[in-house]
Design a protein around this ligand. Structure first.
Ligand SMILES: Nc1ncnc2c1ncn2[C@@H]1O[C@H](COP(=O)(O)OP(=O)(O)OP(=O)(O)O)[C@@H](O)[C@H]1O
Ligand SMILES: [Mg+2]
Length: 239
C-alpha cells in the first residue's frame, strides 16, 4: 500500500512510483498498461520483491514483503512468486523439462508429479520436453518460461511484457495459456503489456501514468482499451 519508488537524488531524482495502492485478487488476471516510463516494470519488480521500494508496503498473502531480511525474501520469492520476463531467460544448455524444474531443483524440492503433468499438458509441450531452447520456437520458449513459473504453484505470477518478443500467433498461444491458468487452475496473474489485444485477455486493466494508477477497467475488450489509450494520449498532449 502507498508504494513509492524514487531513483536517484537532486537533479536526477525520478519518482517512478508515487504512492501506488493496488491489490491483486486471488484467481484474477490483471493487465498493467501505460506509457513508456510510467513505472510498470518498477511496480512489478517492487511487488515481486526483485527490487526494494522507497516507501510503502507489499503483501503477498499474509506476508509483508517489505522489511523481510534477504534470506526470508529469497525464500518467499522462490516459494510464492513466479516471474516471466520479456526475454524468456531460459538456460540454453538445459532441456525444456530441466528448465521448467530448475527453480525447484535449486531449492531442493521435488516437483509434484501430477501437477507438473498438468502444467506441461496445459502449455502443450509434452512432445518438446527433451528439446533445448534453441530447438524451440519463440512461442514455445515462452511457454516453457510460463511452465517454469507455474510449476512450483506460486501464489502469484508476474509477467513483464511476456509477448513483447513474439509474433501475434505465438503471443496468442502464451496469452491463452495464461488465461487458462487463471480460469482452470485458479492462478493469480499480473501482466504488463502495451498491446490492447493482449490486455483483453485479462479480467481487468490498470492504467499507469507518471507513477500513479490513473484508471481501471473491468472485462476489457481490445477496442475499449484502445479507446482509453487514445484519450490518455490526447490528455497528455494538452497538459
Ligand atoms: N535503475 C534506475 N535508475 C534510475 N531511474 C530509473 C531506473 N529504473 C527505472 N528508472 C526510471 O523510472 C521510471 C519508470 O521506469 P519503468 O521501467 O518502471 O517504466 P515502464 O513503465 O516499465 O516503461 P517501459 O514501457 O518503457 O518498459 C522511468 O522514468 C525510468 O527512467
Ligand atoms: Mg518496462
Amino acid at each position: 500500500m502507498g508504494l513509492s519508488k524514487v531513483y536517484g537524488a537532486g537533479d536526477t531524482r525520478v519518482v517512478a512510483l508515487d504512492e501506488v495502492s493496488v491489490s491483486f485478487a486471488r484467481g484474477e488476471f490483471t493487465a498493467i498498461m501505460g506509457p513508456s516510463g510510467s513505472g510498470k516494470s518498477t511496480l512489478m519488480h517492487c511487488a515481486a520483491g526483485l527490487d526494494s521500494a522507497s516507501g510503502g508496503s507489499v503483501h503477498i498473502g499474509d506476508t509483508e514483503l517489505t522489511g523481510l531480511a534477504d534470506k526470508a525474501l529469497t525464500r518467499l520469492r522462490r516459494d510464492k512468486i513466479g516471474f516471466i520476463f520479456q526475454s524468456f531467460n531460459l538456460l540454453p544448455t538445459l532441456t525444456a523439462l530441466e528448465n521448467i524444474t530448475l527453480p525447484m531443483d535449486i531449492a531442493g524440492r521435488k516437483p509434484d508429479k501430477a501437477w507438473l503433468d498438468t502444467v506441461v499438458d496445459t502449455v502443450g509441450l509434452r512432445d518438446r520436453l527433451g528439446h533445448k531452447p534453441t530447438e524451440l520456437s519463440g512461442g514455445q520458449q515462452q511457454r516453457v518460461a510460463c511452465a517454469r513459473a507455474l510449476a512450483s504453484r506460486p501464489e502469484i505470477i508476474f509477467a513483464d511484457e511476456p509477448t513483447g518478443n513474439l509474433d501475434s500467433r505465438a503471443g496468442a498461444e502464451v496469452l491463452a495459456f495464461l488465461r487458462r491458468s487463471v480460469r482452470e487452475m485458479g492462478q493469480t496473474v499480473v501482466m504488463v503489456t502495451h498491446d490492447p489485444v493482449a490486455a483483453s485477455y485479462a479480467d481487468r486493466v490498470l492504467f499507469l501514468a507518471d507513477g500513479r494508477v490513473v484508471d481501471e477497467m473491468r472485462e476489457p475488450t481490445s477496442d475499449a482499451v484502445l479507446e482509453r489509450m487514445k484519450q490518455f494520449d490526447a490528455a497528455g498532449r494538452r497538459s
